[in-house]
Design a protein around this ligand. Sequence first.
Ligand code: NIG
Ligand code: FE
Length: 404
Amino acid sequence: MNKITVFENCNVATMVKDTTPYGLIENAKLVVSKGIILWVGAASKCPDEYRSIDSISLEDRLVTPSLIDCHTHIIFGGNRAKEFELRLQGACYEEIARQGGGILSTVTQTRQASFETLLQNALLRVDALMAEGVRAIEIKSGYGLSIADEIRMLEVAAEIEKQRDILVKKTWLAAHAVPPEYKRKTDAYIDEVVIEGLKQAHTKGLIDAVDGFCETIGFTPVQMKRIFDEAKSLGLPVKLHAEQLSDLKGALLVGEYNGLSADHLEYLQDEDVPNFAKNETVAVLLPGAFYTLKETKRPPISALRKHNVDMAVATDCNPGSSPLTSLLTAMNMACTFFDLTPEEALAGTTRNAAKALGIQGAFGKVATDMPTNLAVWNVSHPAELSYWIGSSPLYKTISPSDFS
Ligand code: NIG
Ligand code: FE
């Protein structure tokens, strides 16, 4: 008979929708075999067959799905603390970018860094996320901007997955900026690097999704459409940095492609939300960038809520606009800056983040037949995960590999 493990004396925030808030089960039992959940529910309702099995007490701790950071640029060379100082003296993000700083300064530092340096520096940040219960992460390319350098970034991402117990979803973001060698030749860059590299990296099995920076300082919707058409012909899902600094209707574009997510959305207009809501695209909120750039315009949260758009929350970990390596802090910021409820914030890093990455079958909720991707916390109520600032209440994670 397969070994069965029973966990007891815990509250479980299952994050299953349409039940009680957080899908919370108090005084729960969790029955597990071979890394799969066999049963979860109130201890009083535990089926007889599991009652005689020795159980492990979680001593009144809280169990949730393990967390998911569904938008990061966690692999990069160097840092941009200098720009942080410039911004504090009054320079703005877009000005710095137009003068060749911003993303392009990280491109220079990323191209110069060795594979091993990129890997080790990214692992420090990944480990910080894992210490907060993150067990699935999205990592974008976008600081290489040549075929070889973009592919190298995704190879670093693949290596992270080999070296840590974390699922890594890899995103092709060559349409992040136009590199100096293609200055004023954006369409040639799209053909020769973005699209040609996309095909090559896809052949190597390095791409799970395709993204772009749709902005006045990035790529136009027309240009993004060309890239999305190529992604579609390869059978790859799309997502988009949309409406972060201006309203180019990128969210509607990615919706038309039934994209996984539209991310940022500060400049998405209330009146565009009903159209956006017609598809299953997740709205990914990135309060770390909002905070770092001292943005004052907030995403249209009430309209998104009213139209039942699934909202996720992520760190956007990157050296320019969000040097943030704490997903719990992103949840806190989503509540404080964007008025999410703590329940919405936790759904944003579990159930909805799983949807934004297309991994709903394995991550994001605690339910029968799901793999045991779980986090156990030294808190008694799930609102505390959004409430505490600056320390990790994680007790431990439980993953399917613990049972093999
Ligand atoms: O999500 N294009 C935007 N990408 C990042 C910023 C990258 C950078 O400044 O290095 C973002 O905010
Ligand atoms: Fe980003």
